[in-house]
Ligand binder design. Structure first.
Ligand SMILES: [Zn+2]
Length: 277
């Protein structure tokens, strides 16, 4: 019986992994966090989605998916039960150690599939460290953010629908993991004033008479009590299927392009080890 190519590195034996090193494959590293996504979505939504998109992209290309890093920088949601933030230095250390281990074994080409905005600064920082130290050019795919761009034409009013715990997240989850969406608990949400401030989001407030927002750093629960900042009532599984098609489609196209354009690059080949003795 024919079996499809195993794209999950964590399900391969060391001997199988040893066999793919000479192919110099692209490795996808899912990165997420455990955080609230409204009363109706699982706290593991960022990780589930990162994994789903990484697997979908790998199945359409020659890439492999690494076991993911499931804890990230979600301090803004820390008061919501089930949210489990770690410090930026913790996440940076995890990504750095994972990459160093793989580089030492001869792998050179990596794309992060980071699905949480609060991790972005850390991902860029570590990518730049590896650029400076090893010459590597690391790619990055952000599924939720791609969905915002790629699904806009499917809404009458994307500004109203879009937001954390709203759209397109809810439709996407209905498409990927229908059993994990608590439809009866789905509710809309918006930013509320806080301490006399007109709040635009948990980092931005309006200054009277000014057109430019000012920055303050608030907790999410202080300005959006149910954790939702949009209207997910228009969510449906059909749009979720479209989300999968477009987001996984883009991710696969990027992985393929990265693969083809970096395979011959000098930095993409491990330095020949110095002769012993
Ligand atoms: Zn997130």
């Amino acid at each position: 019986m024919a079996t499809r190519r195993n794209v999950e590195l964590g399900r391969m034996s060391w001997a199988e992994v040893a066999e793919i090193v000479p192919q110099n494959p692209v490795l996808l590293l899912p990165i997420g966090t455990v955080e609230q996504h409204g009363p109706h979505l699982p706290v593991n939504a960022d990780n589930m989605t990162a994994q789903f998109v990484a697997l979908g992209a790998a199945e359409r290309t020659q890439a492999y998916v690494l076991p993911g890093i499931n804890y990230g920088c979600s301090a803004v949601f820390r008061k919501f039960p089930g949210t489990i933030p770690v410090r930026q230095e913790t996440l940076a250390a995890m990504i750095r150690d994972v990459l160093e281990s793989l580089v030492a074994q001869g792998f050179r080409r990596f794309i992060f599939v980071n699905n949480h905005g609060g991790n972005e600064a850390v991902c860029e920082q570590v990518a730049r460290e590896f650029k400076a130290k090893h010459g590597l050019v690391i790619g990055n795919i952000y599924p939720w953010n791609l969905g915002y761009s790629l699904l806009r034409d499917t809404y009458d009013d994307p500004t109203r629908a879009y937001g954390h715990g709203a759209e397109p997240e809810t439709s996407a989850m209905m498409g990927m993991f229908p059993d994990d969406v608590l439809r009866e608990r789905l509710e809309a949400g918006t930013y509320h004033p806080f301490a006399g401030w007109q709040v635009q989001n948990y980092n931005k407030i309006t200054v009277p008479g000014q057109n430019v927002a000012a920055t303050v750093h608030l907790d999410s629960d202080e300005v959006a009590p149910n954790g939702v900042t949009g209207d997910g009532s228009v969510a449906n599984a059909e749009r979720g299927a479209l989300w999968i098609e477009r987001v996984v489609g883009f991710a696969a196209a990027f992985v393929q392009h990265y693969d083809e354009t970096t395979v011959a690059a000098p930095w993409a080949h491990a330095a020949k080890s110095a002769p012993a003795g």
